[in-house]
Structure formats: structure tokens, C-alpha cells
Design a protein around this ligand. Structure first.
Ligand code: ADP
Ligand code: DP6
Length: 338
């Protein structure tokens, strides 16, 4: 039963993929070709509140205090259609959301945004969805959102079913499993906004990159090795695998026709600096990765964090470095009743 007039809230954080989701076998359901692995981050977060209201003419979406129209409103509204279909209602909704970090800049606001929306909208609709169902719902808004519902280290299994019932994320280890792991995010000045949605860009890779088939063959092995490294808190192995995976992701992007290039010279300079850091140390004390954007995430441990941070900070074009840790999963928030 939709609880008309009752506002329900939910909070989620962005995640960064150590093994990337890139390519879907079913576009409508967002079913990926390969599984992926991520770390949910602390400090950054989205808070979203939803109220279904029969008096509204249509859905409304206010983000960080600004009423939205065009694509952001359309994506929220299409997402709410999934919730309405499950709840068997047609009531419009008022959605307000706050990101405490930059939206649409490559820091995964779409992941935390649609995870928080899934949590808030399902609660406002009176649905009590178990975690796998909530994750499947979030996946329909943005693939990576299905991982942001959970804290710490998270695996999204691709599944094999055509209806996607076995395609959802689950937590592997809580944030407390490895609290000394640090994600230094190099915020690149003047990072360009994404020219094409990832969902569209990745399908170009599937169709045109001659490297994509090889990547798909490699990924399951890499996921198994990474899970072992995380379980054993084996930092050098995890960092070496993180770099290998990121390079594989970048290779399929660069060999897409036309090529997908998300990095700017400053991002590439950070990657080179981390290779130099590891060469100087004689082992992998840091591992880099990036998503479909110019910012670079550098994983290291507390022991090396200050030194690695200084090296990143010195790279021309790096505006600032955020020091993040594995963070907690989604949680309900109080709402306002009218
Ligand atoms: P990012 O790297 O931040 O995920 P994208 O361009 O992939 O960048 O996604 C940004 C889009 O995600 C926004 O334009 C908006 O449509 C959606 N989005 C971001 N934050 C929220 C939110 N809090 N609630 C709903 N949708 C959001
Ligand atoms: C490179 O989940 O953002 O970050 O469905 O277009 O929102 P949309 O795609 P999205 O793509 C994520 C791609 C990635 C890798 C990852 O997070 O696994």
C-alpha cells in the first residue's frame, strides 16, 4: 500500500569499482556480461526523500534545492515507474535529494543517487523489499547503483537468467574488515563532463572493440584473485590486480570505435606517478583505478598514505586529494509527515 502523503528517506554512498561493469547482455533490464567488485566509500553520500501524492500533476524532482527538468527528471520518473509497477499504483511522487559532493563529475552520484532513490521510493510505496530485490530495483536506475546499497566490499554477480532474478549485488566484507585501506581520490581540475551515458558508451565497446572478448575471458579469474587478496588483506596483490583491471578497462575504451577517452593529461600523469611510486618502493604499495571520468582513485594503506598523497598532490592539474575509506551501506532516514 502506498503511504500517500508520508515521506520516506534513504541514504547511500557512492562506490568505486575495482573490477568494472562494462557491457550489458540485456539493455532493458541492465544485465551485465561480467560480474564486478566494488568498495563503497565513506564521507560522500546521497540523501533522498520520496512522497507519493495523488494531488500532484506529475513527478517532481528537486536536487540540492534546485527543481530538475529534462533528463535528470525523466530518469527519476522512469525509475519510479518500476516502483509503481511493483506496488501496483499510478500515483505521482515528489522526490527531493541531496548529494554532499559534485553531481555528474565522475564521482558516481548516479550510483548513490539511484540506490538512495530505490530505498526511499520503495519505503514510501510501502514495499518491504529484501536486499536482493532492492539491489535488482536499483540496478534498473543505474547499473552500479545495485552495489551502493551495501557497505564495504561488494560483489555484483552477472547471473545467467534471462529475467535477471539472479543479477544483484551482495556484500562480501564489511568496512571493518580492512579499515586501514585508503582511497586517495585525485580530483582533477576542469574534469570534462561525460559526453555519453555509460550505458550507451559501454554498448559501443561491446560492438566495436576487438579487445572486449579477451577482457570478458579474463575478468572471472581476476575477480577470484581479488576476492582472495581482500580476504587475506594482501595489499600488494590487490593493488597490482586493481592496476591490471583498470588498464584492461581503459584498453577496451581506447579500442572502441570511435574511441572513448575519459582521461585528461593530469589523470594520465597521476597513473604514471603511481607506477613510479611502486617502482621506487620495489613493490605495489598503491594501485590506481578510474571510472568513466577524469578523476583517479588511488588505493593504498594508512602506512603509506601520507607519502603517496604528497606524490599525487604534486602532479600538475590535481586540484585536491580526498582521503576516503571503506564506508557503510544504505540506511533508512526519518521523513516528514504531512
Ligand atoms: P556520476 O559520475 O556523478 O555518476 P553521471 O553523469 O553518470 O555522473 O550521472 C549523473 C546523473 O545521475 C545526473 O545527471 C542525474 O541524472 C543522476 N543523479 C545524480 N544524483 C542523483 C540523485 N541524488 N538522485 C537521482 N538522480 C541523481
Ligand atoms: C565505469 O552504472 O554509471 O563506473 O547505467 O549508464 O548509469 P549507467 O552506468 P553506470 O556505469 C558504471 C561504469 C563504471 C564501472 C563500474 O562502476 O562498475
Amino acid at each position: 500500500m502506498v503511504r500517500a502523503g508520508v515521506e520516506a528517506g534513504y541514504e547511500c554512498a557512492p562506490n568505486i569499482a575495482l573490477v568494472k561493469y562494462w557491457g550489458v547482455r540485456d539493455e532493458a533490464l541492465g544485465l551485465p556480461f561480467n560480474g564486478s567488485l566494488s568498495v563503497t566509500l565513506d564521507r560522500l553520500r546521497t540523501r533522498t526523500w520520496v512522497r507519493f501524492d495523488p494531488a500532484l500533476p506529475s513527478d517532481q524532482f528537486v536536487l540540492n534545492g534546485a527543481p530538475q527538468s529534462g533528463n535528470p527528471l525523466r530518469s527519476v520518473s522512469e525509475f519510479l515507474d518500476n516502483v509503481r509497477a511493483i506496488a501496483r499504483v499510478e500515483t505521482p511522487a515528489f522526490v527531493r535529494s541531496e548529494n554532499n559532493f559534485q553531481t555528474a563529475s565522475g564521482l558516481a552520484s548516479s550510483a548513490s543517487g539511484f540506490a538512495a532513490l530505490a530505498g526511499a521510493a520503495s519505503r514510501a510505496a510501502g514495499l518491504e523489499l529484501p536486499p536482493p530485490a532492492l539491489s535488482r530495483l536499483a540496478r534498473l536506475g543505474s547499473g552500479s547503483a545495485c552495489r551502493s546499497l551495501f557497505g564495504g566490499f561488494v560483489e555484483w554477480r552477472a547471473g545467467t537468467r534471462a529475467d535477471g532474478r539472479d543479477c544483484f549485488a551482495r556484500p562480501l566484507f564489511p568496512p571493518s574488515h580492512w579499515p586501514s585501506l585508503v582511497d586517495l581520490v585525485a580530483i582533477i581540475a576542469d574534469a570534462p563532463t561525460k559526453p555519453v551515458r555509460s550505458a550507451v558508451a559501454m554498448q559501443r565497446t561491446v560492438v566495436t572493440s576487438p579487445e572486449y572478448a579477451r577482457r570478458l575471458r579474463e575478468v572471472p579469474r581476476r575477480i577470484r584473485a581479488m576476492k582472495r587478496a581482500i580476504a587475506g588483506r594482501d595489499a600488494p596483490t590487490l593493488f597490482a590486480l586493481t592496476i591490471a583491471e583498470c588498464d584492461s578497462f581503459r584498453l577496451v575504451c581506447e579500442t572502441t570505435d570511435p574511441p572513448l577517452d575519459y582521461l585528461v593529461p593530469a589523470s594520465r600523469a597521476v597513473l604514471a606517478e603511481i607506477r613510479a611510486v611502486n617502482a621506487d618502493a620495489g613493490s605495489a604499495i598503491a594501485g590506481y583505478t578510474h571510472d568513466a571520468g577524469a578523476h583517479v582513485h588511488v588505493f593504498t594503506t594508512r602506512r603509506h598514505a601520507n607519502a603517496v598523497r604528497r606524490r599525487i598532490r604534486a602532479v600538475a592539474g590535481v586540484e585536491k586529494v580526498l582521503a576516503l575509506s571503506p564506508g557503510s551501506g544504505g540506511r533508512p532516514l526519518g521523513g516528514r509527515s504531512r
